[in-house]
Design a protein around this ligand. Structure first.
Ligand code: ZN
Length: 238
């Protein structure tokens, strides 16, 4: 992978997918910054693991350490307040049949990308890197490839600045995401992903499985667990 001398801003939640995206960006761009969004209870856990992941990636590779720049955390708590009030007035907080919590904010990723682009504009970053994936999350319309391509056009026109939205995980499943981590940073990066990143919907870090921390039962844990099992069978190399 050739080095791109421009700056990238990674939407970095502290989850497995965005951790792999951060490593992907560090491999590719000379300068990489990260942004996280605070918007509610569950994600407080995710946000809390972010600094440790950044530190671990720095320690893994001196080149990555030199490329990894500032971290930004934006307060979007209005999204959490919207979920608790307007969006759930007629519907109890539960898992819907599609596996999405009913607190889900429609179009959330559109909001994140817009804030990320506004920050990227100020930071002189042309590239936005995000972990959306159509393979595992077809239930989220704001994770679809066409949605993100449309956002790239809208942000580029609307801010009169060229943005490129990169989604390295768009067409791969969770097993291939584990494989990508191994390809980018070997066993050490895989270990960082498993040990440090957080994806469980319930914010559970009390249980450690082969595939990482989590309740083991929520849709995010089941996806991660199944992905790890498939990775072990189909991709794992010594
Ligand atoms: Zn879970």
């Amino acid at each position: 992978m050739g080095l791109d001398t421009e700056t990238a801003l990674v939407l970095f939640s502290g989850g497995q997918d965005s951790t792999v995206c951060l490593a992907w960006a560090l491999q590719r761009f000379a300068s990489v910054e990260t942004v996280g969004f605070g918007y509610g209870q569950r994600h407080a856990v995710e946000l809390s693991v972010r600094p440790a992941i950044r530190e671990r990636l720095r320690a893994l590779d001196p080149t990555w350490a030199a490329r990894l720049g500032d971290d930004h955390v934006l307060d979007l708590s209005v999204l959490g307040r919207m979920s608790e009030t307007a969006l759930t007035r007629d519907v109890g907080i539960a898992m819907a049949a599609d596996g999405l919590p009913t607190t889900f904010v429609p179009g959330r990723n559109l909001i994140f990308l817009t804030f990320a682009a506004a920050l990227a504009y100020r930071r002189g970053a042309k590239h936005l890197v995000a972990g959306m994936c159509e393979t595992d999350y077809s239930g989220y319309p704001d994770c679809r490839d066409d949605t993100l391509k449309a956002m790239q056009v809208a942000l580029t026109l609307g801010m009169d600045r060229r943005f490129v939205v990169h989604t390295p995980l768009m067409w791969i499943d969770k097993a291939a995401t584990f494989a990508l981590a191994q390809e980018l940073g070997g066993a050490a990066l895989l270990d960082a992903v498993i040990e440090l990143s957080h994806s469980c919907y319930l914010g559970d870090r009390s249980r450690r499985h082969d595939w990482g921390h989590g309740c083991g039962e929520c849709p995010a844990c089941r996806l991660r667990s199944a992905g790890y099992e498939k990775w072990e069978q189909e991709y794992r190399r010594p």
